[in-house]
Write a protein that binds this ligand. Structure first.
Ligand SMILES: C[S@@+](CC[C@H](N)C(=O)[O-])C[C@H]1O[C@@H](n2cnc3c(N)ncnc32)[C@H](O)[C@@H]1O
Length: 373
């Protein structure tokens, strides 16, 4: 059992070894140049020998007008990992732009400092470096994302980081998004993000997975695919662009949920311009969220709907497939989802002893138009 768990952990931690492509960093970072002038930037999950975050900031040190670049590299014991190379200890480096006349430093030019510990972003010595930073920019380990962001918030840091899309509805994160303490970067959430991989992992994906979902081959190179996106608390122009609304509200087109005092909107662009109450919209709405135009009220499930409580539970319902067979699951499974009355003829439905039928919409964020917007 324990061995199984370790195996599973080793497997899931492989996703921690997805390396960000320079093109994705450039595409996002170009929208924030004003924030970086005079800033101390810290990349705290980045081996400078392989991290494109380090490369980006080192190459653009002068153009961005940075004050300092600090990078720490995590050293774990799994020698097959990309980040290990032949380093014997975790390292960090600090670059203030003066070492190299060309402004394009090589790691050897700057010099490597050794950390006492393993370079864990939570370690005391890394936290000391964090304290010096104005902006933290990286793609942290997926498996530690909650803790990672919590630490940034605790130390009141500005940040621009890559995380999994599921993180939006983490109960630790969503309240911060709701209160405008953290938002989506400029790159669209729905854009496919590809990552460089350690060779062994690339090989394993090729042998065990189908191309298209877990990986893609680009010019003969295997790239890892993951549901990733940028999260930041740095302001950018896109989040002040007004979403132009053209649809008028009608009760037929926008039914109310069975268990929330809110209407269902299937597509962000179809948000009615004349509805003043709460609306359930797809998660991808966050890509277009302008906090002057809309207020976020909550989200379905995971304890994220305190300001819009669900009004009905489904413990006495059961789940049925479209062919009429029971799945064996109780209706409690759909508690706190955004549920609509009726059967669309496609998805499984839930029914009670009185023949009342409901179905769950996809995951929703609850929003309300701001007065005057
Ligand atoms: C998703 S990879 C991204 C690497 C790099 N930031 C990039 O974007 O290319 C996450 C990195 O975090 C490192 N890492 C894992 N656990 C860590 C920890 N506790 N503290 C700091 N870094 C860690 C991994 O070794 C890996 O290099």
């Amino acid at each position: 059992m324990a061995a199984n768990r370790n195996l599973h952990q080793a497997k899931s931690n492989k996703k921690d070894e997805f390396y960000t492509q320079l093109v994705d960093i450039e595409n996002e970072l170009r929208h924030y140049t004003e924030h970086f002038r005079g800033a101390v930037v810290y990349c705290n999950c980045d081996d400078p020998r392989v991290s494109n975050f380090f490369h980006y900031f080192a190459y653009n040190f002068r153009v961005l007008g940075l004050k300092k670049l600090i990078t720490t590299c995590y050293k774990n014991q799994q020698m097959d990992m990309f980040s290990q190379h032949d380093a014997e200890k975790a390292i960090w480096l600090e670059y203030d732009g003066t070492e190299n006349e060309t402004g394009v430093p090589a790691v050897e030019d700057i010099g490597i400092h050794y950390l006492q510990g393993d370079g864990d972003f939570r370690s005391a010595e890394c936290i000391e470096l964090l304290k010096q930073a104005d902006i933290v920019v990286t793609n942290p380990p997926f498996s530690l994302f909650r803790e990672y962001v919590a630490q940034l918030i605790e130390y009141d840091k500005q940040f621009l980081v890559i995380g999994n899309k599921n993180a939006i509805t983490y109960k630790e994160l969503f309240p911060i998004i709701k209160d405008n303490g953290l938002w989506v970067g400029v790159t669209s959430m729905s854009r496919d993000m590809l990552f460089d991989l350690p060779e062994e992992y690339a090989q394993e994906l090729r042998e065990t997975k189908k191309e298209g979902s877990a990986y893609k081959v680009v010019n003969g190179v295997v790239k890892g695919r993951s549901q990733s996106m940028w999260f930041t608390n740095l302001d950018h122009k896109k989040r002040h662009e007004e979403l132009i609304l053209y649809k008028r509200y009608s009760p037929d087109e926008y039914p109310k949920y069975d268990n929330y005092d809110a209407i269902n909107v299937d597509k962000t662009k179809e948000i009615p311009f004349d509805y003043d109450g709460v609306m359930g919209v797809p998660i991808s709405f966050l890509d277009r969220h302008n906090p002057d135009q809309f207020e976020i009220v909550g989200a379905t499930q995971r304890g994220c709907h305190d300001d819009l409580p669900d009004t009905r539970k489904y413990d006495d319902y059961w789940e049925v497939r479209q062919d009429g067979t029971k799945t064996g699951s109780s209706g409690s499974k759909t508690n706190e989802n955004a549920n609509l009355v009726g059967n669309d003829g496609r998805k499984n439905y839930f029914i009670n002893s009185e023949g009342r039928i409901i179905q769950s919409a996809y995951q929703r964020i609850f929003i309300r138009r701001r007065r005057g917007a």
